[in-house]
Design a protein around this ligand. Structure first.
Ligand code: NAG
Ligand code: NAG
Ligand code: NAG
Ligand code: NAG
Ligand code: NAG
Length: 429
């Protein structure tokens, strides 16, 4: 260190006088205040002493909200897994949403339903009343309406925030589920929940079904470089995303992945995304705030850049979707002509269906065996009691499953995926 010059010392002496008195004064005052607070707050000094020096750190408390990269939540040990569904829709989707919800209903699962802010408040109220008044939902308490509806912009990041919002609600209100599935009102199941839960009960619960690739191709120029703004992030009224004239570079801090917007994610991975004990999910979320069609990339990029999770990916979206070849922006609406292809795909879900599309009735009768009020009977209640919505007498043991032909189809798909020779080569490549 340098010696202070004479001039400097003299200056210091002078200033010393200026601050010396206030310093002493404030020291005295604070000492007095500390003493006062100690005297006032202590009724029994011995207890305080004990508390200060021996307060044990409770062993059970696992710090979930602080950074602890090594701690991935364990998967559940229930015999039968449970699924947390988000079913969302927009203006005019109320009826198809109810239909999809009933077709997917099983007492073991959890459901969040959401109609976005574009739907009228009457329509949203109608859905909320339906959920509240349906005797089965009331009995099992496993269907929730997202009351604080979100503004969701088509192709904007508000689609991802809406999905994360529902996942957070489902995590907060029901922790006993194993997978999260995000559907829309224009999706429909091709297997019963008994089929699905039965097939899933024999596979590891840390697996994430997400179709993905790092070969982003044309998307590098058309998606990764342009910068978009989603007015849904700050405006009360709905309007389209718009483009900023500046372009940006492709990220170098992590690798971009892209794929299908439909997926089935494990609870440990959802916790990682929502609770954020690593910064990656947050950083990537903010990056995707300016990315067109972020649902086709956000979860893919997070999962493939997290070492703890990349080996849990299964490269499939569990959906039958009919695209043009090569794919254009929108998938085809499915009709009766696609029925056989849907069944042969062995996929548990298909999209997208128009409202009251006749092929849905065919699926109801031929694949799901739906009853008169729209529920799919399983082992938990029988078809004979279609008045189940009025009486609970027909409900049996809800963890008992009755797998049918759908379980065989789905089993073929999943076994094929998990035993494929290129299974590991297909993970995050
Ligand atoms: C939003 O839309 C409503 C109804 O269309 C309109 O009355 C209101 O003025 C709009 N608000 C803004 C800030 O544009
Ligand atoms: C979730 O569901 C919506 C349908 O409401 C869909 O548009 C979106 O792309 C889905 N995927 C993700 C990752 O949010
Ligand atoms: C993931 O799998 C690869 C190859 O199979 C292996 O080298 C790597 O150690 C695995 N990573 C983790 C975190 O298990
Ligand atoms: C249907 O419900 C009635 C009572 O409402 C019950 O007696 C009957 O056993 C049920 N049938 C089946 C097949 O569970
Ligand atoms: C319900 O079914 C499961 C699976 O078949 C069985 O393990 C369980 O003991 C049954 N519970 C009751 C109360 O019968």
């Amino acid at each position: 260190m340098m010696e202070p010059s004479k001039h400097h010392q003299r200056h210091q002496n002078k200033t010393k006088k200026k601050w010396f008195l206030p310093l002493i004064l404030s020291l005295l005052i604070s000492t007095f205040l500390i003493l006062l607070s100690v005297i006032v707050s202590s009724n029994s000094p011995s207890q305080r002493w004990h508390h200060h020096h021996r307060a044990p750190v409770p062993k059970e408390v696992v710090p979930r909200f602080v950074e602890s990269k090594l701690k991935i939540s364990p998967t559940s040990t229930h015999l039968v897994p449970r699924i947390a569904y988000l079913i969302s829709g927009s203006m005019g989707d109320g009826e198809s949403l109810k239909r999809t919800l009933k077709a997917l209903y099983h007492p073991l699962n959890h459901y969040a339903v959401h109609l976005d802010l574009e739907a009228s408040s009457k329509e949203r109220l109608d859905l909320a009343n339906f959920v509240r008044n349906e005797p089965l939902f009331e009995k099992f308490g496993n269907v929730r309406t997202v009351v604080k509806a979100n503004l969701v912009t088509y192709r904007g990041p508000t689609m991802v925030t809406n999905t994360l919002h529902a996942a957070a609600i489902l995590l907060n209100e029901a922790q006993d589920w194993d997978w999260f599935i995000n559907l829309s009102a224009s999706d429909y199941p091709l297997v019963t929940q008994d089929d699905l839960l039965h097939t899933l009960s024999s596979i590891p619960r840390h697996l994430n079904f997400i179709e993905h690739t790092s070969d982003i191709g044309w998307k590098e120029y058309h998606r990764a470089k342009p910068v978009i703004i989603d007015p849904g992030l700050y405006s009360v009224n709905k309007s389209n995303v718009f483009w900023v004239s500046e372009k940006r570079n492709v990220p170098t801090a992590y690798k971009l992945f892209t794929g299908s917007a439909w997926m089935m994610l494990s609870r440990p991975f959802i916790e990682y995304c929502i609770w954020g004990w690593d910064n990656l999910p947050r950083i990537v979320l903010m990056y995707y705030a300016n990315f067109l069609s972020s649902p086709e990339g956000y979860f893919h990029t997070v999962i493939c850049n997290a070492d703890e999770f990349r080996n849990t990916t299964v490269n499939h979206d569990l959906h039958f979707i009919s695209w043009d070849n090569p794919p254009k922006q929108h998938p085809h609406f499915l009709t009766v002509d696609d029925y056989q292809k849907m069944v042969d795909s062995n996929a548990p879900f298909a999209r997208k269906f128009g409202r009251n599309e006749p092929v849905l009735d065919k699926i109801d009768t031929e694949l799901l065996g739906q009853n008169a009020v729209g529920y799919v009977p399983g082992r938990w209640f029988s078809q004979a009691n279609s008045s189940i919505t009025n009486k609970y007498s027909g409900i049996r043991n809800i963890t008992d499953l009755r797998p049918g032909p759908g379980a065989e189809r789905l089993g073929r798909l999943i076994n094929g995926l998990l035993s494929a020779e290129n299974f590991h080569a297909n993970q995050c490549s």
